[in-house]
Design a protein around this ligand. Sequence first.
Ligand SMILES: [Zn+2]
Length: 337
Amino acid sequence: MSEFGPVDREFVQSLPKCELHLHLEGSLRPDTMRRLAARNGVDLEDDLERRYTYDGFDHFLELFLMGLRVLRTGEDFADAVEALAGELAAQNVRYAEVTTTAFSHNRRQVAMADYAAGLNAGRAAARQKHGVELGWVIDIPREIEPPESPFTTDFVTGPLAPEGLVGIGLGGPEPGNPPEPYEQAFARVRAAGLRSLPHAGETEGPASVRGALEALGAERIGHGVRSVEDPALVDELGTRGTHLEVSLTSNVALQVVSEIDEHPLPALLEAGLSVGLNTDDPAYFSTTLNDELLLAATSFGLSRADLVALQAAAFRASSLPQDRTAEFLADLSRVST
Ligand SMILES: [Zn+2]
């Protein structure tokens, strides 16, 4: 437990924060969803609030797909980004890497030039109006974009790539869709200077994480919590210094663990791995980064210093230039524990 001050909401709020794993398409709160739906004449079911308390992955996917329907124009994307930035700023989140899935929008006939312009405008507004710096991760949705598809690799290495793009991700359901077939796609994007930031080890076990490390050259792992099942893999993650983007509420909501007490966060920290906390899909899981830090503290008895360390790990694992990382770490070091 805390040696000095209490780990309360006020303390968590005061921390300068960094979040590395959240999806733009999972960040639409009901009011934003309604606003965009009204603008586009999209008829949302009237039980929208009820839909945000779903009961499993299928219901989650239903809500996720409904969210996609309201994002049509560049202005919609810009507004969605700005709404997210306002929320981040209100929590003292200074920097976030936001994942977005170009392929899904292209498939819905959203013009990629509009999509990119919307991301750029939203990112500029995030900085100018909210003081939040954003980086983008564009992911390949493995359940719908096959490994041989050139779409996402062309987009992220082409002229329409959004400003602030830092890396490529691999999202979607892991079962039946291992990382290895995406080796060439990732190699091409990494050769263009982008980072490898795939999801792995969420619903599949250690083999998925090994595949992400070896075939995709993963620099961070989205989730990665099931690495804990293989001590040799945990050692390897430690040796490589691979950061794990952990999302507690998401893991419980999607039943990666049956309850929060079962979550392997304490074991991952005990093993000395670089770990940070994240919201994943904050609107759909009804959470915030502050909530995640508080949940970790109350569930596992983390101290103020432990939460500072989690945030420091996230800043270090970010794609910020070294001097910016150093500034944020200096800000963090001034927080009294
Ligand atoms: Zn995710």
